[in-house]
Design a protein around this ligand. Structure first.
Ligand code: TA6
Length: 283
């Protein structure tokens, strides 16, 4: 069986490279359990990673798939998007199959996290790659003696050739909060969402499948158990305000995020939750 799972270093951070027998490949740092790169068997990189991303502990990495937990954005007292994306996770499992390679990483509460957020928890991310798909499964457990509520997201930066010729299908008729307008409520009117200005939208109860279409390729985005969807592009001025994004970086990605935001998950002692985002490259 070809393919393999290797521990490597990525910008000085411990990482794992997964290569499926068909050549599909992903790279994940243990810092943040952060998928940095995904190349399906058809061979083109499908995630965006900023050329100015910082790879220092304590700093979030701009691009790939940041893991957001236990808080989304600034909807609480923690640092934006919570502490999971700036924590060191542990590699706990790896598997090679006839048509896939997968790894599981785990983050549990520690003295550091308990000073920030006074709960016992365990978080797992399983990344599977093979053929034209990338499966990301995020799981949360409550090993403690009291319930805890959390928000979460897989903050996926999808690489595009040019944002202005990219269209996102599958949102028509859905309600959303426009965070560029203070959360004003709207209903999506367009069948194909075009991006020509800042977009920061939270769609509660989204469709289970979206299609991102570019002139020469497409990507299916499927979601299970994530109750919300976020679509974000900072556009030119918002991008210029991000020191870890080059001036034209906003043209090269669209964030499409499986999330739990509007109705945080409440986990009783012994409780578990999981959500999955699947990306399928379509020529
Ligand atoms: O997911 C959209 C969002 O909440 C935007 O409002 C913007 O803040 C983005 O996340 C990036 O956040 P970050 O902390 O990674 O710069």
């Amino acid at each position: 069986m070809a393919g393999g799972i290797d521990t490597v270093e990525f910008h000085g951070l411990p990482a794992v490279r997964l290569t499926a027998p068909d050549g599909a490949c992903a790279l994940v740092t243990l810092y943040g359990a952060h998928v940095q790169s995904w190349t399906p068997a058809s061979g083109e990189e499908r995630l965006y990673l900023s050329e100015r991303a910082k790879f220092q502990r304590g700093e979030p990495i701009r691009g790939g798939v940041p893991v957001v937990f236990p808080q989304f954005s600034t909807f609480g007292p923690l640092a934006r998007h919570g502490f999971a994306r700036t924590a060191d996770w542990e590699l706990t499992a790896q598997r090679m199959g006839a048509d896939f390679a997968s790894v599981t990483m785990r983050l549990a509460d520690s003295a550091r996290t308990r000073t920030l957020w006074p709960h016992a928890f365990a978080l797992e991310l399983t990344v599977s790659v093979g053929d034209d798909r990338l499966d990301l499964e995020l799981g949360a457990e409550n090993p403690g003696h009291s319930a805890y509520d959390f928000q979460c997201a897989l903050h996926t930066y999808l690489r595009v050739g040019e944002i202005e010729t990219t269209r996102l299908y599958g949102l028509r008729g859905l309600h959303y909060r426009d965070m560029t307008q203070g959360g004003a409520e709207h209903v999506e009117q367009q069948d194909a969402l075009e991006i020509g200005a800042p977009v920061d939208r939270i769609y509660p109860a989204p469709a289970s499948e979206l299609m991102l279409r570019e002139p020469a390729r497409s990507l299916s985005i499927q979601s299970l158990h994530f109750t919300d969807l976020v679509v974000w592009n900072p556009w030119e001025r918002g991008g210029a305000a991000l020191a870890d994004l080059p001036a034209t970086g906003f043209r090269r990605f669209l964030c499409i995020e499986g999330a739990v935001i509007a109705k945080p998950i409440s986990l009783a002692p012994g409780g578990e939750w999981w959500g999955r985002q699947t990306l399928i490259a379509v020529r």
